[in-house]
Design a binder for this molecule. Sequence first.
Ligand code: BES
Ligand code: ZN
Ligand code: ZN
Length: 529
Amino acid sequence: MAASIVKRVSRVKKLNVSHISARYKLLTGSRHFSTSKQWNKALVLGVYENESTDSIDFTGTARKFDEKADGKISQLLLTVKKPLKCGKTRTLHAVDPEFSSVLVTCIGKRGEGYDELETVDKGRESIRAAVAKAVLQLRELGENEIEVDSCGDTEASAEGCHLALFSYDDLKAKKSRKPAVRISCATRYSQDKNSMEKEWRKGAILAEGQNLSRRLMEMPANLLTPTKFAEIVKEQLADKCEVLVRDKDWAESMKMGSFLSVARGSVEPPVFLEIEYKGRQSDSPLALVGKGVTFDTGGISIKPSQGMDAMRGDMGGAACVAGSLLSVSKLQLPVHVKAFIPLCENMPSGSATKPGDVVTAMNGKTIQVDNTDAEGRLILADALCYSEQFNPSLILDMATLTGAIDVALGAGAAGVFTNSDDMWNKLQKASVRSGDRVWRMPLFNHYTKKITECQLADLNNIGGSRSGGACTAAAFLKEFVNNKNWLHLDIAGVMSNSGDVAYLGKGMSGRPTRTVIEFINLMSKETNN
Ligand code: BES
Ligand code: ZN
Ligand code: ZN
């Protein structure tokens, strides 16, 4: 298999939108390094945590490398009395003629697996974090071709490397950007190279999907308008999916008054994306819906200016839908998926919706908009109604919907509201594998009452008090869904990473893209999707 590549392109002089677009294409397309490039090769090897001061507990691959190097690696490691602890590394030089650096990284205790309280596979998480740290340290040393130990879980190892090496520095001067690194799996001592390469590729594709989500979320809102988002998604997905770009007139003809009430404050035209991936024939696709507010000022109920820049990531749900579809289509999963993405800006202006205005959604329900900053639920209401027209076997929506979910769960997990125990069990199972966790939240009538008590209309877009804000938002969405398998993921708390996830750098996280891909993978094994 071709080695995985982190790409580099030369700086463009003027950062106007068309330049960015051309460059984006290069950055995300597959590109090969020139053969004249000077390679500095390095190797990452895994060891298990071990109390002994006179033996090293190597992974299978690492043991073979040590044997080949006449035990030099173990000798050097044992010259230091303190054994390596999980997450710690040692860098060795001049131990092998092929590699200028050999970095040994500790992947935790042998045999670690599912941890019930943590609801995560600790073994896989430790591998992701350990190889992530390793490749970043080697990049700092100027190494640009790195062979990585599968550490007993090739997919997790590939995910860790590819996620760690992501950086969004496209808009910086060349000298300030991270150097290119080529990574591959150390397969030379494997019994079954083919299956190892296959697993590595799967891990790389999972990471690639999440990295697309991160890139879209990180892009500044002046460059990533609704129109631009649609263009990039077309570039990225058009060869494997059908991408329909609907305009404002179309939304009007569909009577999407709720969606359009948010878009009307901005000069940027709204876009409604409809994407189809047909990895198998079926009349009941999986429906994905993503909140695509490319910038959320709050509208007339304007937000405080501090930290408002983060609201460029308010299209995180849309980005995760796009990232998931990229991976699902690259993995050629045998599944039928339809995605629905309402895109707009939430701006204050003379034409913006005002608190107290009443709008009508596609299903005929009227909504009193008491707070224009609760706009996500307004655009999702119409997208959810529309998605129901396609007889989906399930509807999964993702949205950076409420600050309240951040208060409740922080970056520990995405909040999940679902009417199906079965769907919940499957999503949680997927998250244990991905390490990107979910936590179930209630859909009680208690919360529905808060949004149906409304002076002028059928529904109010806010709950009247701040209490249970994520739950009243979910209860609002529930009014627009009839499907028996509905999942709403409030991802506002996991929108960005400030160091909590060791293998993701600081910035927009792209979470929970890999959980959703894994969930779709599980669903593809069921009949009739
Ligand atoms: N986009 C925000 C939610 C958000 C907050 C996303 C923090 C990411 C990080 C959403 O549109 C919003 O403003 N929600 C309001 C709802 C309130 C007015 C009922 C909120 O959470 O404060
Ligand atoms: Zn808002
Ligand atoms: Zn918002």
